[in-house]
Design a protein around this ligand. Structure first.
Ligand code: ZN
Ligand code: ZN
Length: 210
């Protein structure tokens, strides 16, 4: 299994990268994205720090994708910051979508989809038109295990299926107990309305990793 959305002490997570990655390895992950909260003020610092977690590759049996989660960035600045993140070496760009439990600025989902980021996290009450943009721009829609953000998982899955958009299960882990194993990830996708077969396909074959 893979998990492309996690946090460390470089933003509001509890673990430094080495412990986060080790715990993920023990749970059987084959890849982990380290995507600390970033905006214009800290993006260089975050990418510079999390990229150093690559030192673990080749020692641990897990692929590490350093990245960012652009968080509460005004929609009109998202494309520019996504480009900057890539130029600074981010291998995964996540945007903190319009979660139902936070005052994320309306237009954030759309800006992330237009920018063609890798993952639109917890996109809340995403519209069908937006899900179609996700399909066209190859943006993965997130099914999240994180409580609060996960209350719209069922809606996200419905829109993604109708539009034919890709989906990914992420933990958005901030603490050790937030990490899950693949059985749990399959349950989360199944519980969100996918068939068991589709849930297994998404968790175990993860079309998103290139
Ligand atoms: Zn988020
Ligand atoms: Zn997050």
């Amino acid at each position: 299994m893979i998990d492309l959305h996690t946090h460390t002490t470089f933003s509001d997570g509890e673990l430094i990268p080495s412990e986060l990655v080790r715990r993920a390895e023990v749970l059987g992950y084959t890849a982990i994205g380290i995507t600390d909260h970033a905006d214009y003020t800290n993006i260089e610092h975050i990418i510079s720090c999390v990229s150093k977690a690559k030192y673990l590759e080749g020692i641990l049996d897990i692929r590490i994708l350093p990245g960012v989660e652009l968080t509460h960035v005004p929609p009109q600045k998202i494309a520019q910051l996504a480009d900057l993140a890539r130029n600074l070496g981010a291998e995964i760009v996540v945007v903190h979508g319009e979660s139902p439990v936070e005052p994320v600025r309306p237009g954030t989902n759309r800006a992330a989809l237009e920018a063609g980021v890798d993952i639109l996290a917890h996109p809340g009450f995403i519209t069908l038109e937006e899900a179609e943009m996700a399909r066209d721009n190859d943006v993965c829609l997130e099914i999240t295990s994180r409580s609060g953000h996960n209350i719209t998982n069922g809606h996200v899955v419905q829109m993604a299926i109708q539009a034919g958009a890709k989906m990914v299960v992420d933990t958005d882990a901030h603490a050790p107990e937030d990490l899950i194993d693949s059985e749990r990830a399959i349950q989360i996708a199944f519980g969100a309305g996918l068939t068991l077969e589709e849930a297994r396909e998404i968790v175990l074959h993860h079309a998103i990793i290139r």
